[in-house]
Design a protein around this ligand. Structure first.
Ligand code: ADP
Length: 484
């Protein structure tokens, strides 16, 4: 699948430290999840290399912050232009290693690049404050300064966007970064880094430490233990988020965490059902259900339950499953065997507790799973509590608004939620009552670069994107001038 690259030199397999490509003593394989075929072997670095990357970032820091906001903005803008100019190649790399349909991969390149564009603009607007004086003899100011060397540990489901959403605001604020990309999808990350070099981002400002799953633990420990690293941004599972948080306690690092979700999708009696069907389909099945904002549980009010289930299943039956490079495919493979097994476990559990398959329900050859809808779901099922992260939609029935809100909030997660209603009073009541960082009302797609993305409860800390995203990478310094 990589033979079709317009620019084959974007296929990088070495790590990047201090502007140098590092082959490392060991390598690990990257596979195509659609075929199982080996795509490349990539540098498998460890803790010592991570420390070298931290040192390189630290050495590059003063030059990068002194460059000034406008020059940093211009370099980020060039990086954005190059990401977009190479959209097709980046998408090919992504589909090859991650499996998402090519059209979706192109969409992610545009989405990922949009954070670079946005933070190139925001770089120029990290304004401090001048406070009104309380006392004639003093003046007080607040400076906003870059926090220092930042680390980013990113997942495989958005191989580009989860990197740019962290790296672009860090670079804009004047911080250098060490990235540890997911071991399943390092090729997109390395190609993006190559484009950053071509854009003129100086050596050491952006480093990529690739590692397999065992070495990722060691690299993670080195990043957390370092007192030079002042900030860690992580997107991934809640379980690993807790480990990293504990590992960062000794050095009291600032943390941004974007962890698991368990998104409810509520359809009220007064909803536009056709629109709700489209919204639920888009939210549930994109990236084969492997996003942290994907709908996990669908709650439908009694009066429209049967109509919704029938129309939703009809929509899901039309989805084409296959290799992401095939034209017209809506759903690619799951990322790995364990992901397929989890979906199968959730479906079997639902069926054993009274669930009724309306469409799908079975695994296909390789790492593919049928887009599945199960009706008559109940709160004792695994899918009610755990994030399935796959193409399985359980549909629950409810009677009252209060009941739906209680069920939706009955989880430790609080990332994305969705509901469909045409009643303006209900929209405010439910929108305010949902314990989530993000609420989609009459839409199933909510992510964009200018909105604050993030969760409450155990879904994480901090916000990415928007004007707030850069604050994670900035420290406030209060300056008090006396004797005036
Ligand atoms: P996912 O559910 O996306 O597979 P993970 O949390 O397992 O989520 O992985 C997300 C990222 O975290 C990957 O880059 C992975 O290598 C890294 N990772 C996993 N475990 C650890 C760990 N113990 N320490 C540091 N990084 C880790």
């Amino acid at each position: 699948p990589l033979d079709g690259l317009a620019d084959p030199s974007l296929l990088k397999t070495d790590a990047l430290i201090n502007g140098q490509w590092v082959a490392g003593a060991n390598r690990f394989d990257v596979h195509d999840p659609a075929t199982g075929q080996k795509l490349a072997d990539v540098a498998n670095l460890g803790a010592t290399d991570a420390e070298a990357a931290i040192a390189a970032a630290n050495a590059a820091w003063s030059g990068w912050r002194r460059l000034g906001a406008k020059a940093r903005s211009q370099l980020l803008r060039k990086w954005f232009d190059l990401l977009m100019a190479n959209q097709d190649d980046l998408a090919r790399l992504m589909t090859a290693e991650q499996g998402k349909p090519l059209a979706e991969a192109k969409g992610e390149v545009a989405y990922g690049a949009s954070f670079v564009e946005w933070f190139a603009e925001q770089a120029k607007r990290v304004n401090g404050e001048t406070l009104p004086h309380f006392d004639e003899s003093r003046r007080q100011l607040v400076l906003k300064q870059p926090i220092g060397v930042c680390a980013a540990i990113t997942p495989w489901n958005f191989p580009l966007a989860m990197i740019t959403r962290k790296v672009a605001p860090a670079l804009a604020a004047g911080c250098p970064v060490v990235i540890k990309p997911a071991e399943l999808t390092p090729l997109t990350a390395l190609a993006a880094a190559e484009l950053a070099i071509r854009a003129g981002i100086p050596a050491g400002v952006l480093n990529v430490v690739t590692a397999d799953s065992d070495n990722s633990i060691a690299v993670g420990k080195a990043l957390c233990a370092s007192d030079v690293v002042r900030h860690l941004s992580f997107t991934g599972s809640t379980e690993v988020g807790r480990i990293l948080m504990a590992q960062c306690a000794p050095t009291v690092k600032k943390l941004s965490l974007e962890l698991g979700g368990n998104a409810p999708f509520i359809v009220f009696d007064d909803a536009d059902i056709d629109s709700a069907v489209e919204g639920a389909f888009a939210s549930k099945y994109r990236n084969a259900g492997q996003t942290c904002v994907c709908t996990n549980r669908i709650y439908v009010q009694d009066g429209v339950y049967d109509e919704f289930v029938q129309k939703f299943a009809a929509r899901v039956r039309k989805a084409k499953v296959g290799n992401g490079f095939e034209p017209g495919v809506d759903q690619g493979p799951l990322i790995e065997e364990a992901a397929v097994a989890k979906v199968e476990r959730h479906v079997q559990d639902a069926l054993s507790k009274g669930g009724r398959v309306v469409t799908g329900g079975r695994r296909l050859a390789g790492q593919f799973f049928e887009p599945t809808v199960v009706a008559d779901a109940t709160s004792d099922m695994l899918c009610a509590r755990e994030e399935t992260f796959g193409p399985f939609a359980p549909v629950f029935r409810f009677k009252t608004e209060g009941e739906a809100i209680t069920a939706a909030n009955a989880t430790e997660s609080g990332l994305a939620s969705y509901f469909y209603s045409r009643d303006v009073g209900r929209i405010f009541r439910v929108g305010e009552a949902l314990e989530y960082g993000m609420v989609g009302v009459n839409t199933g797609l909510i992510s964009m670069e200018h909105v604050p993305f993030g969760g409450v409860k155990q879904s994480g800390l901090g916000r990415e994107g928007s004007e707030h995203g850069i604050e994670e990478y900035v420290e406030l310094k209060y300056l008090c001038l006396g004797d005036i």
